[in-house]
Design a protein around this ligand. Structure first.
Ligand SMILES: N[C@@H](CCC(=O)N[C@@H](CS)C(=O)NCC(=O)O)C(=O)O
Length: 201
């Protein structure tokens, strides 16, 4: 398989963590692919018309994209059970969506200050994105910690990659303040070899 990859993308990191955790790393060739909405990678649209990483070309040649679909595919391929069984899957997938939503909001903030010309930047809109992240962090701290301490699942992986991205792009916002349980959980989760091997670089 071929994985269109970028070392700083938190969406790619979710996929890489799952590859590590499920023993599928050697089944994938990494294809460095970086681009933005203003400057998509050459030729990448033939794989993913949305020109976003990650995208995975499977052994049969078919491409799949969106990190959540790729994560589900890799989980099914390995029979890893990272999405739980029965009704538990809805909680795991909601936790995954919460992590993913934090990444979406943080990426929109990063694009706002990296890509938009200074005179067009919209501060209130960026703050609205941060408010989404802050609310999600509070909900995880107050309601989801039992799920965070459950056996490894795709929801935890998505939240961990979101927190790693906040440390990379929004360190000044100090997300750990007033969220001691989540901060302690992330410290411990960050020691997993799947996490140390996929630090943004
Ligand atoms: N929902 C997508 C989002 C992927 C995404 O936005 N990736 C970013 C890199 S972090 C990207 O490729 N951006 C390029 C663009 O938006 O043109 C997923 O989960 O895979």
């Amino acid at each position: 398989m071929k994985l269109h990859h970028s070392t700083t993308s938190p969406y790619v990191r979710k996929v890489m963590v799952i590859l590590h955790e499920t023993g599928q790393l050697d089944d994938v060739e990494l294809i460095p692919t970086s681009g933005t909405p203003l400057d998509p990678a050459d030729g990448f649209a033939a794989v993913n018309p949305l020109t976003k990483v990650p995208a995975l070309t499977r052994e049969d040649g078919g491409a799949i994209y969106d990190s959540r679909i790729i994560c589900r595919y890799l989980d099914a391929r390995a029979g890893a059970g990272l999405y739980g069984a029965g009704d538990a899957t809805w909680d795991i997938q909601t936790l995954e969506a919460t992590g993913e939503g934090m990444i979406d909001a943080a990426l929109l903030m990063a694009y706002e200050w990296r890509l938009r010309p200074e005179e067009l930047r919209f501060e209130a809109w960026s703050e609205g994105q941060w408010d989404k992240i802050a609310r999600a962090l509070d909900v995880i701290e107050s309601r989801w910690m039992a799920h965070m301490h459950a056996p490894l699942n795709a929801g935890q992986i998505a939240v961990a990659c979101a927190l790693g991205y906040l440390d990379l792009r929004n360190a000044d916002r100090n997300w750990r303040e007033n969220r001691p349980e989540l901060a302690a959980w992330f410290d411990a989760f960050s020691t997993r070899s799947s996490m140390t091997a996929t630090l943004p670089g």
